[in-house]
Write a protein that binds this ligand. Structure first.
Ligand SMILES: *Cc1c(COP(=O)(O)O)cnc(C)c1O
Length: 412
């Protein structure tokens, strides 16, 4: 753990290494204390956390590359896909488990490209998406050499249906909407966007990486949820991260399709190798079995009643954050959020400077171009009041901004 590290000449003892790690890890973000907002989705339940740890350890060394050597892992994977498909309204075998939202999106874009080439005869299909769409789409388009057209959103932060329809041309292969988008927590008008796509035979992807495992419960709680899943006729694929509001540990997401035929474009078969037939369903070869087992355990441990309880808590906590923030003079929520995340900013205050004071007080708010970003986990119910006290103090007394830029992700 130093600059320019080299492999030690002599191996170090487990005790020494664990103590080094312990020390270094102490400087990492304190998510168990409720001080992380989008990196970890903290249930705040030791039983759930310990269950996932035990399950993860059990499968830590296993390789899901060849599922037929691990009938248990294969069954858990099929179960997770079927449960997700049932939740979002498609066939139980019309999807895959992937390592995360980025991979799910990558796969959906690749499927759309190949479907357009093979079925619609479009050699170079393009993707059209609102500018609030997750950068994973730009990344997938870069890797897959696809043109991405971004459309400015309306004043409410939602995709502009007319502008999207105007941007569609004979090369458009995929339209995208988010449920909700990350920056503002608003749901794009999926029904209208998907209708534009369906009318022209274009595929439509709902990016529900965030909302996929929360919106179904939100709806059952009686909240107003505009349609976004496979009940909308034009929606042909959906990404939904289990490692966010599914409360599994990292490395688990699903990508689902309206039909098994679409999913087939994702599969890779290769029989020209001396090593034998190589078949693979997602981008990875060797795959950790731990996140598969972890996702299966998380979903089964929580169940519908557990997810409903947590959704209720998240909803209530979001309201507390929101009304508390709106009661502070000078602060406002920038776009009316549909779910448990939002941006808040100010017309009069230097929000970067406010963010600096919050950093000094140990909070780790994500900074955006229009202000600060808040993403609510169940555990945050316990820290709302302290947070608001610190925010009031930061607004009342802050100096010049230190010039920290809006960031999301990073490169080592
Ligand atoms: C998190 C997220 C993604 C990407 O998922 P990763 O798991 O970080 O790869 C995509 N879209 C939205 C809306 C997200 O919030």
């Amino acid at each position: 753990m130093s600059e320019g590290a080299t492999i030690p000449e002599h191996g170090r003892s487990a005790t020494e290494l664990l103590s080094m790690i312990e020390q270094a890890h102490a400087a990492d973000i304190d998510w168990r204390g409720g001080r992380a907002f989008s990196l970890v989705y903290n249930v705040g339940d030791h039983v759930h956390e310990e269950l996932l740890e035990q399950v993860g350890v059990k499968f830590l060394h296993d390789n899901a590359l060849n599922p037929f050597k691990y009938p248990s892992v294969l069954q858990m994977e099929l179960d997770v896909i079927a449960m997700a498909a049932d939740l979002l309204g498609t066939a139980p075998n019309a999807g895959s488990l992937s390592s995360g939202g980025t991979e799910s999106i990558f796969l959906a874009v690749q499927v759309a490209r190949d479907h357009n080439r093979q079925v619609r005869g479009i050699a170079e299909p393009t993707v059209v998406a609102p500018e609030t769409v997750h950068p994973a789409f730009a990344k997938a388009c870069k890797y897959l050499d696809i043109e991405l057209r971004l459309i400015p959103v309306g004043p409410d932060g939602r995709a502009d249906v007319d502008a999207t329809a105007d941007a569609v041309d004979e090369r458009t292969g995929l339209l995208v909407g988010s449920a909700p988008c990350y920056p503002y927590g608003v749901i794009d008008p999926i029904e209208d966007l998907a209708a534009v796509a369906a009318e022209k035979g274009i595929l439509f992807h709902t990016d529900a990486c965030l909302g996929g495992w929360l919106l179904p419960w939100w709806e059952r709680l009686g909240k107003d949820v505009p349609p976004w899943d496979f009940r909308v006729p034009g929606v042909t694929s959906i990404s939904a991260d289990i490692h966010k509001y599914g409360y599994a540990f990292k490395g688990a997401s699903v990508v689902l399709y309206r039909s098994r035929e679409l999913l087939q474009h994702q599969f890779f078969w290769y029989d020209s190798w001396p090593g034998g037939l190589y078949a693979s369903g997602t981008t990875a070869g060797t795959r950790s079995a731990a996140p598969i087992a972890g996702a299966w355990a998380a979903i089964n441990h929580l169940g519908v009643d557990g997810y409903m309880r947590l959704a209720g808590l998240v909803a209530e906590t979001t309201d507390r954050f929101r009304s508390g923030i709106e009661a502070i003079d000078g602060l406002r929520v920038t776009h009316e959020p549909d779910l448990s995340l939002f941006e808040f900013g100010s017309d009069s205050l230097d929000m970067d400077a406010v963010g600096d004071v919050m950093d000094d007080r140990g909070w780790n708010l994500d900074r955006q171009q229009g202000g600060l970003h808040l993403m609510v986990s169940p555990f945050h119910a316990k820290i709302v009041d302290q947070f608001l006290t610190d925010l009031r103090a930061a607004v009342a007394d802050h100096g010049e901004s230190r010039g920290v830029k809006a960031t999301y992700g990073g490169i080592a």
